[in-house]
Each structure stands twice: as structure tokens, then as C-alpha cells.
Unconditional design. Structure first.
Length: 447
């Protein structure tokens, strides 16, 4: 499909997402339940030097975000990274990139909803039974489908509210805990080895990814050439500062004992200076954070199905737009139904971990597409992002991704879960190629 035709389809949608809403969506997609537990894992390898890994990840993410901003300021189609790759390399490569993301997102959101159900059951045991668990999952998906079908502004508004709610426990943790930091607990005994730092960066990088989810509804972003870059950088700055301060407070209050609390390190740290109230606030915060991830995902990921339908990779029915609310209603319902089916199986938490390498491969394709988009001088709805040395950034970003993937040995369970990660990734590509082939055959027969 040509850019002009795709834009004509996207023009049925409402460009209702501004800088505050997109920034909140990126933050909500990035700051998930993982930050409530990952400080202990990072401290195990680096100890007081753990903040250094956050800085390294932030530097790498600056390169990635710059590539996304360059591409996003030139391609404002629904689909985000999938649309950037498709415009640069064609429909087939774009579809494979999109299916990598789509299958990854389904597994991730199914796993997070299971985590959310577990957290709620801890507070309200009555909801832990099988039937009530399924009912609760249905209620989560059903409510978010209802909100998002009624328009992108409602969905974006819900994400903004949930983002503020999920940040409050973390800000309380930082604001109070910073006064209880013990100096010796955060003093470095020396620089970490490159191996320990590399292992920490590989693991921690997956706490920073998420921007690719928030950029999918680009066709509903106001003035994308301006909004996408500003929102991406603002969200990265906010996220990095929060992450570093969380690690410093946790390390500063628990010291070497932080590494021993792998289940709920922030809750244990909060208990040191806020007692049981602090522990409960952080446990509740983890549940809110999980719900916030699902809220952001239901706003963004269904747009991938819409983009597939728009571009002919799936039947055109999936690109249907609600006549009143001008939202991709069929795509939203389809995605939520698939995610609900996966969630009730209760077996997809590990799938979310095994899928992380696929996200970096998507990043690699997107960074490569920047060269093509800039070289072709692909037009945009506004003034595209330009700055001196712009063409060097994609090369640096690709080098960073290759280094990170090089650290992610398939034998290291801390990164990929287990040795099945490579097989899972290959299976995703195979599924994508098979779907493409079947749709192509059906289209040729129909024509």
C-alpha cells in the first residue's frame, strides 16, 4: 500500500493524542511492574555501582529514541515501528517486523494480566479462585475495550490517569526514602568489571523498552513531527531519573541485604522507613503498575491489527473504523479477545520474558530504516526532525544493539529465560511468513 493510500485510511481516525498524553503513554508502557523487583537483581551483580547500569541503558536508549524520533517525524502512520520499517523496506519486511511485535505484545500483556490477578488475589483472597480469576480478567479487558472504542481521547485519558496513579507510590518511596539513605550503603568499592556491567545492562535494558508500544497509534497523534520527538525524549528523561533514584533509595536503605529480597525489594525497603504501611503501598503500587501496562497496551497494540488490515496483510475488515467514535473498533475487540484467551491459560508469564530479544530486533530494523527514510527524504505532515550528524546516529544505535544482543547469550536464563528463546524467535518469524503467504494467496484468488 502507498503512503498516500495509508494516510487516507488513517484520516478516518481522530488525531487526539498530544504531548502530555503521548508522554504519559510512553512512561506507562516503560515503567512496568518489573521496576518493583529488578533493583535486587541488578544489585546482585553490581552492588552500589548499580546506578551505572541505568546510565548505560539511558545512553543506549537516547540513540534508539533519536532513531524513533527521526523516523516518527517522517512517517506518521498508525503502526509505529512497523510503519517505519514498511515504508523503508517494503510490505514483507514490515509485516515480519510487525508480527514479531504483535506476538510479543500478546504474550507480554497476557503475562502481566496474570501478574495483576495474582497481586489482587493477595489483597482480596476471594478473587483468587479459578472462576473469579477469569471473571476479573474479563472485567479488566472488557472495561478497557469499552473505554478505547469510545475514542482515542478516552483511551489516552485513562492512560494518563493510571500513569499518575502508578507513579505516586514510586514518588512516595523516593521522596521519603531519600532521607533514610545510609552513606556507606551507596559508596563504591571500585569500578565493576565489563562482564558484570554488560550482564546488568542486558537485563536492565528490558526495563527501558516500551516506547515501541506507545508509538503504534501514530496515526492518532497531533502534529506527529513535533509531538513524537518531544514526548519520546521527555518520557526517557523522566523514566531514567525515576529509575536511578529508586535504585539509590533501595540500595541506600537496605545495603547489601537488597540482593536477598528478589521478590519485593522495594516493599522491603519501604518497610524500613514507613513500616507495614510502606510495604502495603508498594505492593499495591505493583498491582497498579501492572494495570497501567495493560491500559497502555490496549490503547496501542490493537492499532497493529488495524495497520495490518489497512495495508492488506490481513482482511480489510480489521481496518474498520467506528462510524461514531472513529476508533479502530474491530482491531481493539480482536486484540483484547486474543489476549484474554491467552491470559486465562495462565502459562504466558515465561513467554513475556522469552520475547524480549524480538523487541531489540525490531529496534534494529527501525534504526536501519532511519537511513533509508532520511536518504529518500520521505515527506512528513510537518517539519521533519533534522540536526547535524543525524545520519551517524542510526549507525551508533545499531552498534549498541549488536553489543547488547552479543551479551544476551541464549544460555543465560537471566536474559532470555532459557535456551528456547532462539526457537521461539524463529517460530515467530515462521508464523509471520506463513500468515503473509496465506493472505497473499487469498488476495490473488479473490482478484
Amino acid at each position: 500500500m502507498s503512503i498516500q493510500r495509508a494516510e487516507n485510511v488513517d484520516h478516518q481516525l481522530v488525531r487526539g493524542i498530544g504531548i502530555p498524553a503521548l508522554t504519559a503513554n510512553i512512561i506507562s508502557s516503560t515503567i512496568g511492574a518489573g521496576i518493583f523487583v529488578i533493583p535486587a537483581t541488578i544489585a546482585t551483580g553490581l552492588g552500589p555501582a548499580a546506578p551505572l547500569a541505568f546510565v548505560c541503558c539511558a545512553i543506549a536508549m537516547v540513540l534508539f529514541v533519536t532513531c524513533f524520533a527521526i523516523a516518527g517525524s517522517r512517517v506518521s502512520l498508525t503502526g509505529g515501528l512497523y510503519a517505519y520499517v514498511e515504508v523503508a523496506f517494503g510490505r514483507y519486511v514490515g509485516f515480519l517486523a510487525g508480527i514479531l511485535y504483535f506476538l510479543t505484545a500478546l504474550g507480554a500483556v497476557a503475562g502481566v494480566v496474570n501478574v495483576l490477578a495474582n497481586q489482587v488475589a493477595l489483597v482480596v483472597p476471594f478473587l483468587g479462585g479459578p472462576a473469579m480469576r477469569i471473571a476479573m480478567m474479563f472485567a479488566v479487558y472488557g472495561s478497557l475495550v469499552f473505554i478505547n472504542i469510545r475514542g482515542v481521547r478516552n483511551g489516552a485519558g485513562a492512560v494518563t490517569v493510571i500513569t499518575l496513579a502508578k507513579l505516586l507510590p514510586l514518588l512516595l518511596f523516593i521522596g521519603v526514602g531519600i532521607f533514610f539513605i545510609q552513606g556507606p550503603n551507596i559508596s563504591w568499592g571500585g569500578w565493576p568489571t565489563s562482564k558484570s556491567l554488560g550482564d546488568a545492562v542486558v537485563l536492565l535494558m528490558f526495563a527501558f523498552v516500551g516506547i515501541e508500544v506507545a508509538l503504534i497509534p501514530s496515526g492518532e497523534v497531533k502534529n506527529p513531527s513535533r509531538t513524537v520527538p518531544r514526548s519520546a525524549y521527555l518520557a526517557l528523561v523522566v523514566t531514567t531519573i525515576i529509575y536511578i533514584l529508586i535504585q539509590i533509595v533501595a540500595q541506600g536503605t537496605l545495603g547489601a541485604d537488597l540482593a536477598n529480597h528478589t521478590d519485593a525489594p522495594l516493599a522491603e525497603s519501604a518497610a524500613k522507613f514507613l513500616g507495614n504501611f510502606g510495604r502495603m503501598v508498594l505492593v499495591t503500587g505493583a498491582a497498579i503498575s501492572a494495570f497501567g501496562f495493560v491500559t497502555s497496551d490496549i490503547l496501542s497494540s490493537p492499532r497493529m491489527i488495524f495497520a495490518f488490515g489497512r495495508d492488506g496483510a490481513l482482511p480489510e475488515f480489521f481496518a474498520h473504523v467506528h462510524p461514531r467514535y472513529r476508533s479502530p473498533d474491530v482491531a481493539i475487540i480482536t486484540y483484547a479477545a486474543l489476549a484474554f484467551i491467552l491470559s486465562i491459560s495462565g502459562t504466558f508469564e515465561k513467554l513475556a520474558v522469552l520475547s524480549n530479544v524480538a523487541v531489540l530486533l525490531m529496534y534494529l530494523l527501525c534504526c536501519a530504516s532511519c537511513w533509508v527514510l532520511v536518504g529518500r527524504n520521505v515527506p512528513s505532515d510537518g517539519q521533519p526532525l533534522n540536526f547535524p550528524g543525524m545520519k551517524v546516529v542510526p549507525g551508533l544505535a545499531i552498534a549498541a544493539i549488536i553489543w547488547i544482543l552479543g551479551q544476551a547469550s541464549l544460555g543465560e536464563s537471566s536474559v532470555t529465560g532459557d535456551t528456547r528463546a532462539g526457537l521461539l524467535l524463529a517460530a515467530k518469524v515462521l508464523v509471520g511468513a506463513s500468515v503473509w503467504y496465506l493472505v497473499s494467496v487469498l488476495v490473488r484468488r479473490k482478484s
